[in-house]
Structure formats: structure tokens, C-alpha cells
Design a protein around this ligand. Structure first.
Ligand SMILES: [Zn+2]
Ligand SMILES: [Zn+2]
Length: 71
């Protein structure tokens, strides 16, 4: 899935919870959401790795399945 820059509408690749727009030269903070219930996920950071956990019964969500939305 992809993110669109709110300013110039360029397609951005989300990486580690932010999307960087080269055209605007800024970082857009993203919120991770559960693909099942669309509620914000708890972000668990450990040793440089990031895990996403749904507190509404869906458990750990793999990074590929996380929905990122601009905050
Ligand atoms: Zn932009
Ligand atoms: Zn969920």
C-alpha cells in the first residue's frame, strides 16, 4: 500500500512509521493501524526492529499488513 503526500500528492513509500517526500523535503508521520479493525496499533520497538500489536484481539500484525495513514 502507498501513502500520498498531503502537500504535493506524490506517492510515498512508508518506512518505519514515516514517509519521506523528496519533493517537499519533509517527513510525514504515519499512524499504524490494524488491517482488520482499523484501530491504531501499539508499536513495539526492540533492537532496531519494530513490531505492531493490535490490542483489540488481532495480535501481532506483520509490517506488510499494517495500514499506514498520515497523522
Ligand atoms: Zn510532497
Ligand atoms: Zn485489530
Amino acid at each position: 500500500m502507498s501513502i500520498t503526500c498531503p502537500d504535493c500528492h506524490a506517492e510515498l513509500e512508508p518506512q518505519n512509521g514515516v514517509a519521506h517526500c523528496d519533493r517537499c523535503n519533509k517527513d510525514i508521520p504515519l499512524e499504524a493501524r490494524c488491517p482488520e479493525c482499523h484501530k491504531p496499533l501499539q508499536v513495539l520497538k526492540a533492537c532496531g526492529a519494530v513490531d505492531y500489536f493490535c490490542q483489540h484481539g488481532h495480535g501481532l500484525i506483520s509490517k506488510k499488513r499494517v495500514e499506514f495513514v498520515p497523522v
